[in-house]
Design a protein around this ligand. Sequence first.
Ligand code: SF4
Length: 356
Amino acid sequence: MEKVLLHTCCAPCSGAIIEWMLANGYKPTIYYCNPNIYPFEEYQVRKQECSRYAAAQGLEIVDADYDHAEWQCCVKGLEGEPERGARCLECFKMRLLSTARYASEHGFTLFTSTLDSSRWKRHDQIVEAGQWAAAQFSGLTFWDKNWRQGGLQERRSQIIKEQDFYNQRYCGCEFSMSAMHDDKKMARQRIKRLISVMTPEQKAAQSAAIWKRLEQNQVFNNATDILIYWSMDDEVQTPAFIEKWATSKRFYLPSIQGDDLVVKRHAGISTLTPGQSFSIPEPTGEPVQDLSHITLVIVPGRAFDAQGNRMGRGRGFYDRLLPQLPHAVKAGVCFDCQKLPCVPTDDNDIKMDFVI
Ligand code: SF4
């Protein structure tokens, strides 16, 4: 079988091309080089899917570095370009130059890219970038076959379903996220998947950075009574932060009662017991009736946007609780992968005053 290095952008774009190559006498080595993808959790999910498919086909996958800062330098000044414009050409050049270098250093004479499988990308730009990259090294050819033709587009859609691939909702970079129009169900599913690839260390590091930013906020410094939450595994972690400030602030936690949240005074970790829903630790005392002294509410959510819009888990707990605290500043907290360009909202959703 003939050797070919296949730059792979994602599993959905790869399936039909790999299948065609294997059926036509080519053995591709997968080269995963996509530092354009943002956030990092989205990159990890897409890479996992490629690795899963490569392993199922018995193919080697080469994992190139993720250096998003370097990618940002390559497209500097082109951030406002539309998709399929000048930024995309530079993006292709960077990824295909890395592919060409690897090919040259590892004895390949032929390379190509799955980028060409997407009808949202320009074939002429991919060919231009690939030929430019190949020309930087001797004895190397960019295979400029149009991978959308010959039934491959149709087969692409079939394989996505057969393999149940994670099918991304935007091209990859932060500038392409505005093209994403998820409904609430899609956004919740997508974010659940992104959080699932975060390690405990990544969650702890992002949580610590969020609390550090909050500690620099005047609203936090002035607040003596704060309604916060006891975190679940997929939320910004709160226990260490609560513990740190327990002697100088009065913290309150939500407690689930039927379809509602009530507010209870937090009196230390040893006093918490598993709640009636999700087994989230809750205080045991009576609900606080007068909430007027609580000046800051720290609100978890599944997604937030820069306008302060929040999407919860879908049960509306906070949408019913927050109107009881109209005087309090509402701060949304979330991991980077939970920040969307635009959160789908409806009339009941309460806006945050700021999001960290
Ligand atoms: S829209 Fe896609 S191809 Fe264009 S710069 Fe962003 S990630 Fe690269």
